[in-house]
Structures are given as structure tokens and as C-alpha cells.
Design a protein around this ligand. Structure first.
Ligand code: SAM
Length: 311
């Protein structure tokens, strides 16, 4: 939706921010709707809006109401840091948004402030409460586990699922975003996270369904909510990945970890036909890489920042 964000998470962006994509290069809502309509007719049925922070883009609620009217879209979600959610959750639900993923890396307000460089912990919780109240569910809480930063909170996050009907998803720290920060030693792998979770309670696997994406799902015995484990670094779910990302400046990105992109803005703005757009979509599917190369000698950290990809 945008590369703009109202937080400066230390692993994602430097404090002073990063150079922003000029407004005129950002796809308009009309352009995005056209792309989604054509891609939906080709079989895309799941759309997730992300950023930057999608809720800072003006007019987002109206845009979602148009998106929600595309029949072929069966799952419409949004990933947010939750800061503007208290104000917007009700309108988002009315507009037709199905559910939200909310990023939260600490359950301690001081640490939240150190990680995000903003003192907004209470606002995020007010947003989570409001999302629960209006039924933007299942609500997924995304926690990026980073050694020495928040790994002592893995169990506390799992205990949230005992109390609330929330899905807590642990995401391996990926080599993307704020360049200087990432080191392999900082990554907590899914098996390491899993063994810590087993101290909280017995993990019961939940069978995958077609909407699950890359997370492996579990429930702690007796819990209201779920646990999801996303091993982007340690395991390869590339073979099952059928995801395409559309960047704010109109490129189809084939893999989170590869700068290979296919331009749609250029064809849109020279008045292309629907068939030309369809051809770009098919080209994207055909060139989607078979796997990422993290931890191999071929791996090159990508140029585009996470805030302009969406995570
Ligand atoms: N602003 C929204 C938010 O905070 O959820 C959406 C964009 S944010 C880039 C999407 C997700 O990517 C967040 O959950 C964030 O923690 C995650 N993320 C960013 N950099 C990451 C990294 N290097 N490794 C793993 N996850 C990362």
C-alpha cells in the first residue's frame, strides 16, 4: 500500500527513515484495483494489504470497500502495527475487511519503545482489543524473535493464547531490512522456538488448510488461541509458496528475498490492455524462483527495504 510507516522498528528501518518512493511513482487505488481484478480473474483468491504501514495511507477504508466487492477474493486481510487500529477497526470491518495480522515484538512497554522507537505500546493493545471487539478475526499477532532482543518473551507470548482467542505467530528473523542489524547468530530457528514453547504446554498440531500459507499451526492444550511457526530462514517452504507481492511502486515481486521484479506500473500508465496485464501476471508465475538462497553462497541481501515489500 505504501512504503511510509509511523514506526521505526530497529531491525527494519534506521531512526532517520529511508529515502521514500516519490508520490507520483506510487500506484493509485484505481490502478491497484485494476490489477487485482485481472489477477483475481486468473485465480488469485487471497489478498493481504501491507506496507510500510497500510493504515497511514489516506483513503484506505474506501479502497478496501472496493476491493471487498471483488467476488473472487475469498480472503481479505491486512498486516498492521496496530497503532491506528482502535480508530479504524470498526470502519475496516464495515468496509469488508475480513481479518488483521498485528505485529508486536514485545509485551513490555519499555522494550516495545526500544524496538519501535515510539512509545505506543498501549495504543497497539487498544487496537487489538478493538479488532477483537469488532470481529476482525482470526487475529494473528506476529512476533519476530531476535536473540538478545526479545527471545526471553517467547513463553509469555504463547501464554497469550491461553487467555485470548489470538493466533501468536513466531517469525524467524530474516536477512532483510535495516542492513547493519542482521546476523545469523541473532536468528532463533523454529525448532529452537518450538522447544521453548513445549515448556508452556503440550503443542498439538493443527492440520493445514488451503489458506494457511507458510505457518505450521499448533494449539497449546486447553488454549483459546493458536500458535503459528514461520521458518522462513531455517526451512524451505518455497515449493509451496504461491505468493506474489505487488510493491507500492507497481512491481510484481516474485520472492521476498529476490530483487527480481516485473513492472506493471509502466504498462498501466501507457494505457495497456487487460491482456497485456494478464501476460505480466503469467510471466510472474513462470519466473517465480524455485527457492531462496539464504545461507548459501549464492545469497545476496536484497536491495529493496522490507518497508517497501511488506513482509
Ligand atoms: N507496518 C505493518 C506491520 O508492522 O505489520 C506492515 C509492514 S511490516 C514490514 C510486516 C512484517 O514484517 C512485520 O511483522 C515485521 O515485524 C516484519 N519484518 C520486518 N523486517 C523483518 C525481518 N528482517 N525479519 C522478519 N520479519 C520482519
Amino acid at each position: 500500500m505504501t512504503d511510509r510507516c509511523n514506526l521505526r522498528c530497529c531491525y527494519c528501518m534506521p531512526e532517520e527513515g529511508i529515502p521514500l518512493i516519490p508520490h507520483e511513482r506510487i500506484l493509485t487505488y484505481e490502478e491497484i484495483l485494476r490489477v487485482v481484478r485481472i489477477f483475481a480473474a486468473e485465480g488469485i483468491s487471497k489478498v493481504r494489504l501491507t506496507g510500510g504501514e497500510p493504515l497511514v495511507r489516506k483513503g484506505i477504508v474506501g479502497f478496501i470497500s472496493h476491493l471487498a466487492r471483488i467476488d473472487a477474493i475469498k480472503d481479505l486481510s491486512l498486516t498492521t502495527n496496530g497503532i491506528l487500529l482502535k480508530e479504524l477497526a470498526y470502519d475496516l470491518k464495515q468496509a469488508g475487511l475480513h481479518r488483521v495480522n498485528i505485529s508486536l515484538d514485545s509485551l513490555r512497554s519499555e522494550r516495545f519503545c526500544q524496538i519501535t522507537r515510539k512509545d505506543d505500546y498501549d495504543r497497539v493493545w487498544a487496537g487489538i482489543d478493538e479488532a477483537l471487539r469488532v470481529g476482525l478475526s482470526p487475529i494473528k499477532i506476529n512476533m519476530v524473535a531476535i536473540r538478545g532482543i526479545n527471545d526471553d518473551e517467547i513463553e509469555a507470548f504463547a501464554r497469550l493464547t491461553l487467555q485470548y482467542p489470538l493466533t501468536v505467530r513466531y517469525i524467524e528473523y530474516m536477512p532483510a531490512g535495516n542492513g547493519k542489524e542482521w546476523q545469523e547468530e541473532s536468528v532463533l530457528t523454529v525448532p529452537q522456538i518450538q522447544s521453548r514453547l513445549e515448556k508452556v504446554g503440550k503443542l498439538i498440531p493443527i492440520p493445514q488448510d488451503q489458506w494457511d500459507g507458510p505457518a505450521r499451526r499448533y494449539r497449546i492444550e486447553g488454549a483459546l488461541g493458536e500458535i503459528g511457526l514461520i521458518g522462513a530462514v531455517s526451512s524451505h517452504f518455497c515449493g509451496d509458496c504461491n505468493r506474489l507481492r505487488l510493491t507500492p511502486d507497481g512491481k510484481i515481486r516474485l520472492c521476498l528475498f529476490s530483487d527480481e521484479e516485473i513492472d506493471v506500473r509502466e504498462v498501466l500508465r501507457r494505457g495497456c490492455s487487460d491482456d497485456e496485464l494478464r501476460a505480466r501476471f503469467l510471466a510472474a508465475l513462470e519466473t517465480k524462483p524455485e527457492r531462496h538462497h539464504i545461507k548459501t553462497h549464492q545469497f545476496k541481501k536484497c536491495q529493496r527495504n522490507m518497508s517497501a515489500i511488506g513482509g
